[in-house]
Design a protein around this ligand. Sequence first.
Ligand code: GTR
Length: 332
Amino acid sequence: MRQITGSCRGWGKFALGLGLASLLASVDAKDLALAEIHPPGHIIVKAEELFASRLAELTRGELAVNIKHSAQLGNEEKSWESVRNGSVDVVRINLGGMVKDIQSARLLSLPYLFRSREHMWRVLGGDFGKRVKAEVEKTGAVVLAYYDSGARSFYTTHKPIQKRSDFNGLRIRVQDSPVYKDLISELGGTPVVVSYEKVNEAFSKGEIDGAENNLPSYVSSGHHQYARYYSMDEHSSVPEILLMSKKSWDTLTAEQQKAVTTAAAESSAYMKKLWAESEAQALAKARKEGAVILEKHQVYLSGIETYAVKVYSKYVTNSEDLGVILDILRSE
Ligand code: GTR
């Protein structure tokens, strides 16, 4: 517990706009640390700031979220571990980094599964979303919300990727996920696992020739300064997830839990609204700073897709999952 002193730094304009500072000035607040790898200014951190300000408002200052951005609490792998063992209260990670433990995350990470963001959101809003939640909650973490992550595309240092054979001989950074590693191998490249915070270093040391990510992360991380060719193949759309440790969740009153769920849902909706704008801003900044963007029609998708979908046979291993994947592929 700590005394809030009246400082509203980092709580965002929403809290300030509502005159919350004075309301909260003398309330005993329970601090909730939120582990985040992105820096301030990233759209995800903006969503978390809204989560924090709304939660403070809904609980009249009882719960204070302290955003530990820029990997202050360690990398994403560490966050996933910490939220399960209860050593951190809240984490925001990408489902792509949970595949070793969560079968539905493995399926979600399969390349070219979703046709659009809207398609991904519809699938998450249905039975598949319930399955993800159930599998994650078995591990000791409570699912608070999903956030947009757009579509991930490849980017490279020396020449653009346009077709399958362009991967030959390239070392491509991936998250620590067997699905992504196999994807790069199938495409003819060499996967190199590097933690997100260390990717710039790997580029500058010449240890990798490329990576893949969505536009806001490509630019906010500064990867565009090393890998100037961004090829919009949009091979995967794996959402972000906001989780609370069960240990912290159980210390909250029912009313506080309700406030947490509401604030998380509002922050997700807020982010959904801002996502397209944030992609457009990132694209404009990338172009302005010298990135060469290859539009989807300039990337010969068929050659890449044909190889990429070979990984399905390894990860869709039973008839239930096959049914799930076919349903997703066929769904509107
Ligand atoms: C970002 C995502 C992070 C992390 C990162 C990565 O887009 O928001 O959670 O997954 O990509 O590639 O490691």
